[in-house]
Design a protein around this ligand. Structure first.
Ligand SMILES: C[S@@+](CC[C@H](N)C(=O)[O-])C[C@H]1O[C@@H](n2cnc3c(N)ncnc32)[C@H](O)[C@@H]1O
Length: 262
């Protein structure tokens, strides 16, 4: 995971929090529940979970990236929830006691795992009747937060790649496939709802350009300063139409997956 997920945790919370809160609402999570968060990164979602389950509940956060887990753990502690349990490891491998959770949630992480391994493990970790509520991205073409940076570079470098359909964020973009995986894993009452809402990227055009630039990584070093200035000008043009009263919001679409263990 690139370092922007660590350094920009607050930004990602604002970008993704609306989707995440809809999943938490759909999960029916409440006081006393034992909840597992898959791939929380450095996000504030475990804090929100701890708030909702209260002192009689339990929050376990399984995160692959030790640095992100470390930031997340510090954020949870600083927010007054030192009991959130961070487990560093792969959700496909970490020890999960059978029937030990009431709810599994995940905000934009399931598509980064192999669903044929992960979903049966999550079903087994849920108590009978336990629920899963997770968000994954719909196809790239419905998610301008992903396609815009590519289009911006393509304005300067003709033929610069478009989004490959199997790019990691979109590996569960086919809702029929997701439904099949959930059924195979033993989930019932499967629902896959479309969430279409603009995602906030930053306070203004300059803020978003700087954010994109920090995320550009090695791509930046492939450009000399003059060409990169043209990329930044293209970004100004492409982002301007999305400038609104509270900053830059661009189109985004996710699936809200809910299901129950039989
Ligand atoms: C796109 S980020 C989302 C982070 C966070 N849920 C949020 O909404 O801000 C995906 C997260 O899933 C984690 N992840 C990916 N594969 C994983 C796996 N197999 N087991 C546990 N975590 C995983 C990544 O390290 C990353 O933190």
């Amino acid at each position: 995971m690139d370092s922007t997920w660590r350094d920009e945790a607050n930004r990602y919370d604002r970008m993704l929090g609306g989707f995440g809160r809809q999943a938490l609402a759909a999960s029916g999570l409440g006081p006393g529940d034992r909840v597992l968060d898959v791939g929380p990164g450095a996000s504030d979602q475990p804090i929100e979970l701890a708030r909702r389950v209260g002192s009689t509940g339990r929050v376990v956060a399984v995160e692959l990236d030790a640095d992100l887990a470390d930031v997340g753990r510090r954020r949870s502690t600083a927010a007054g929830f030192p009991d959130v349990e961070y487990v560093v490891g792969d959700i496909a491998e970490v020890g999960l006691d059978r029937a030990s959770f009431d709810v599994v949630v995940s905000r934009f992480a399931l598509m980064l795992t192999d669903p044929t391994t992960t979903l049966p493990r999550l079903a087994a970790a849920l108590a009978p009747g336990g629920r899963i509520a997770a968000t994954v991205w719909q196809i790239a073409e419905r998610n301008a937060w992903f396609t815009l940076p590519l289009e911006i570079v393509a304005d300067v470098v003709a033929g610069f790649g478009s989004a490959p359909p199997d790019a990691p964020p979109f590996r569960l973009a086919d809702d029929a496939v997701v439904e099949g995986h959930l059924g195979d894993a033993g989930f019932v009452d499967v629902r896959i709802d479309s969430l279409v809402q603009p995602v906030w990227l930053g306070a203004d055009v300059g803020d978003v350009i700087d954010f994109f630039e920090r995320g550009a990584g090695e791509l930046r070093s492939a450009f000399d300063d003059a060409s990169w200035s043209r990329v930044r000008e293209a970004a100004q043009r492409r982002l301007a139409p999305f400038d609104g009263p509270d900053g830059i919001r661009v189109p985004a679409a996710a699936w809200l997956i809910t299901a129950r263990r039989a």
